[in-house]
Structures are given as structure tokens and as C-alpha cells.
Write a protein that binds this ligand. Structure first.
Ligand SMILES: C[S@@+](CC[C@H](N)C(=O)[O-])C[C@H]1O[C@@H](n2cnc3c(N)ncnc32)[C@H](O)[C@@H]1O
Length: 279
């Protein structure tokens, strides 16, 4: 292989990624700095420097994965959530930026929680951020996906969070034995019938049990409505993410049926996205 420069790699990357991502320029730099273990500014300053053959080969490999639409977060094995860099692997759901707003909603509308249950750990991004932002202690976080529990435990160790217990557990088989001050969840809410029409990046790469409840997308909300008062102390709250305007009427109906006091919050695209239920 002849010697290639940083500039050669940037041109190649940008040309190949142009067709699949509007963010191709940044993605090229992210992939290249990952392979060269350097910073974006170093890359840009030293464009005429040669790179080692093994680094170029690795760059080609990662570029090829991205060209096949694998999400950049799985390739880089990293995702930034609320300013913190979480490790991620391909068996675990990629946290979406809108979920960060859960943290802001709790900061504004609910005080510190000393007993928390999170359903659906994923990378552990929600409970770990609650802990890092000093919003909660004594957190239990469960996931039906054992890989999510392994990844969450790794992230908790990385961030030195000692107040979270991660447990491999199906929520629907979890005995109701105690109450919490806060329940938080971004559950799988896409109706099974809509899975085929999702973007290929989501459909092929995110774990299916993180996307859908294999039913109408409302299974978790119905369960929270049925058992909310058995799971949460009086004065406590349940904060849930849901699938936007399309689900709003159903979600409100589910909680109105059992006379819950609730508030809806929009995401940054002005789509209704969160429900905060006060017990
Ligand atoms: C949309 S992801 C959210 C992950 C993470 N909280 C986030 O916001 O990035 C939903 C998570 O719920 C988990 N899950 C799905 N069904 C479950 C169940 N019955 N019990 C517990 N966890 C479940 C999935 O494995 C997945 O990790």
C-alpha cells in the first residue's frame, strides 16, 4: 500500500459518506481521529502528514461499515449523553438526544429522589446521569437484555457511580414488592406493525426489543397506569418518554382512565414526547 496522507483520507471519507449522511464532513473526522487516536484540530493542522498503513487500513474498514449504514455510534463504540461519553456496543440501544430532556424535566419539576426505578437501562445513560447530576440515589435499573446490563455496569464503573443496581429482569415479571419516589422509563414504544417502515439504520441495527413491545406500542403505559399507585409513593412521580404526537391521545386516555394527574412536555422539535405523572 502506498503512503497516504491525512488529506487523502479526508477526501476519500467525505466522498464516500456524502451519499449516506448529511453530516459526512464531521463523520469523516470522527472516524479518522478514532483510527489515529488524535483530535480533530490535529487532523486539520497536519493534513499533509503521512499516516501508517495499518491506520489507513483500519480507516477503510470503519468507513466501509458506515457506508453500509451502520450507525456511527456503534462504529466508534461511544455516545455522548448529557455531556458524558458513554461506551456502547452493537447489542445495546443508542440513546437519542431527545431523551436528555428527561434530566432537564426532573431538574425543573421534581426534587431529589432517594429511591428510583428505571425500566430499560440500555447503556445506563439515564440512571448514571441522574446520579452524576445529583438528582437521585438508591437507583435500581432493569433491562430484559443481558447485554444492556453488562454495558450499563461498565459505564457505571467508568463514571464511578456506586448508587445504582443494574439487574437483568423482565419488567412484566417483576414482583411488585415496594414503592419508589421516582419511576423513569424510555420504553420500547413503536407498534410492531410499524417496524418494517423504519429507517434502515434503526431497523437493521438497534436491538428489536428496544424499539417495540411486539404489540401496539402502548403495553408499558397501560401497565404503568394499572400499577402506578402500587409502585410509587404518594407525592412521587413517573416520567415516561413516548412516541410523539401520534401516540398522545392514546397515552392521555390511558392515564385519564385511572384519574392520574399528569403534564405533557414537548421535545425540541415541538413534538409531545414526555409525560410526567404525579401520584
Ligand atoms: C428505547 S430503549 C431505552 C434505553 C435507554 N434508557 C435510553 O433511553 O437510551 C428501551 C430499553 O428497554 C428494554 N426493555 C424492553 N422490554 C423490556 C422489559 N419487558 N423489561 C425490561 N426492559 C425492557 C430494552 O432492552 C431497551 O434497553
Amino acid at each position: 500500500m502506498r503512503g497516504y496522507t491525512i488529506s487523502d483520507a479526508i477526501s476519500l471519507g467525505q466522498n464516500q459518506l456524502k451519499n449516506i449522511s448529511s453530516n459526512y464532513a464531521n463523520e469523516t473526522l470522527w472516524l479518522l481521529k478514532h483510527c489515529l487516536k488524535t483530535t480533530s484540530s490535529d487532523l486539520l493542522i497536519n493534513q499533509s502528514s503521512q499516516i501508517f498503513n495499518y491506520q489507513y487500513k483500519l480507516f477503510l474498514e470503519l468507513l466501509n461499515r458506515r457506508v453500509k449504514k451502520e450507525p456511527i455510534q456503534y462504529i466508534l463504540e461511544s455516545i455522548c449523553f448529557y455531556g458524558h461519553d458513554f461506551n456502547i456496543n452493537k447489542n445495546v440501544f443508542i440513546p437519542r438526544p431527545e431523551t436528555e430532556q428527561c434530566i432537564d424535566i426532573l431538574k425543573k419539576y421534581h426534587s431529589y429522589s432517594d429511591s428510583v426505578l428505571e425500566i430499560g437501562s440500555g447503556t445506563g445513560c439515564l440512571p448514571i446521569t441522574l446520579s452524576l447530576e445529583n438528582l437521585a440515589a438508591n437507583i435500581i435499573s432493569i433491562d430484559i437484555n443481558p447485554q444492556a446490563i453488562i454495558q450499563s455496569k461498565q459505564n457505571a464503573k467508568k463514571f464511578n457511580c456506586h448508587n445504582i443496581i443494574f439487574k437483568h429482569q423482565d419488567f412484566f415479571n417483576m414482583p411488585i414488592e415496594r414503592k419508589y419516589n421516582l419511576i423513569i422509563s424510555n420504553p420500547p414504544y413503536i407498534p410492531m406493525k410499524d417496524i418494517d417502515s423504519l429507517d434502515i439504520e434503526v431497523k437493521l441495527f438497534d436491538p428489536i426489543e428496544a424499539l417495540t413491545d411486539y404489540s401496539d406500542g402502548l403495553k408499558f403505559y397501560k401497565y404503568f397506569s394499572k400499577f402506578g399507585r402500587k409502585l410509587v409513593h404518594k407525592g412521587g412521580v413517573i416520567l415516561l418518554e413516548f412516541g410523539g404526537a401520534e401516540q398522545l391521545v392514546d397515552i392521555q386516555k390511558i392515564f385519564n382512565q385511572n384519574n392520574y394527574k399528569h403534564q405533557i412536555f414537548d421535545d425540541l422539535n415541538k413534538d409531545p414526547r414526555f409525560i410526567l405523572i404525579t401520584i
